[in-house]
Design a protein. Structure first.
Length: 263
């Protein structure tokens, strides 16, 4: 009754089922790996935000590449803002997804080194060609606090570093480029200012980094494993149904043959 399993149709169906099972299991482990990576990144962000503030030069120096464990750490610095060499960063959005500029101001430390400070978001006009009017930071010697950020690159951000922009406008915040422009020793990375808060609400301080949703990857992993378990169950159900249908067809044929002989 089960000789139909040797037919071309059933051999193909069986081979496909055998191929699907390990494939779905591997897809489940892949989603679990993505879940673990996202959970680990979320933990790094939480640990960094919860860490006590330290002087910025404890974590960064000229030419330093900010690491994943240093990113988002709260740092402090004392010096003066150099608004004469201030820049704006194009195509940045605020919490309401409005497109504008981020204000990047060199901050000259007491030892002469320069820290790049992202003072926050300001709106932009439609043309985005003229340098905007920017509220001034505190004058004189100031202590700022912010989250340490890594240099932006096209590879990491997906933002193209467009050339030929209007004067004093850039696409990416990069300490190496700014060191060449300023002719100064610039600390690696930059900070997103968190204090002091600007008077009048502008620039709008950059909000805390979001967390990645890892729960969805966990759900996908469980889903793939359930699918892999359902394949052999479905195969058995189909085989039993086929065998039952064949038995019924055979019984019907025997009944017709018996009836024909008796007539």
């Amino acid at each position: 009754m089960y000789r139909f399993l040797l037919s071309r149709q059933w051999v193909i169906l069986t081979l496909v089922s055998l191929l699907l099972i390990p494939t779905m299991i591997r897809l489940g482990f892949w989603q679990m790996h993505r879940h673990d990576l996202r959970a680990a990144r979320n933990q790094l962000v939480s640990d960094a935000l919860a860490a006590r503030p330290v002087p910025v030069e404890d974590l960064s120096a000229p030419g330093h590449a900010v690491t994943s464990t240093e990113r988002y750490r709260t740092v402090t610095a004392t010096g003066t803002f150099d608004t004469a060499r201030e820049l704006v960063v194009r195509r940045r959005v605020n919490a309401d997804d409005a497109v504008g500029f981020h204000v990047l101001t060199p901050f000259v430390l007491t030892d002469g080194k320069v820290l790049l400070v992202n003072r926050g978001w300001i709106p932009a006009d439609a043309a985005q060609t003229a340098f905007p009017k920017i509220p001034a930071p505190p004058h004189g010697r100031t202590t700022v606090t912010g989250r340490l950020m890594a240099d932006e690159t096209t590879a990491a951000s997906g933002i193209k570093d467009i050339k030929g922009l209007p004067d004093r406008q850039i696409m990416l915040i990069n300490s190496e480029q700014e060191a060449r422009r300023l002719g100064a020793a610039v600390l690696g990375g930059y900070i997103a200012q968190t204090a002091p808060e600007p008077k009048g609400g502008l620039p709008q301080l950059v909000g805390e980094p979001g967390r990645e949703d890892s729960a969805l990857n966990l759900a996908y992993a469980i889903q793939w494993w359930l699918f892999s378990a359902a394949v052999p169950v479905g195969w058995v159900v189909l085989v039993r149904r086929e065998a039952r249908d064949r038995r019924a067809a055979a019984a019907g044929a025997d009944a017709q043959e018996t009836q024909a002989v008796s007539v």
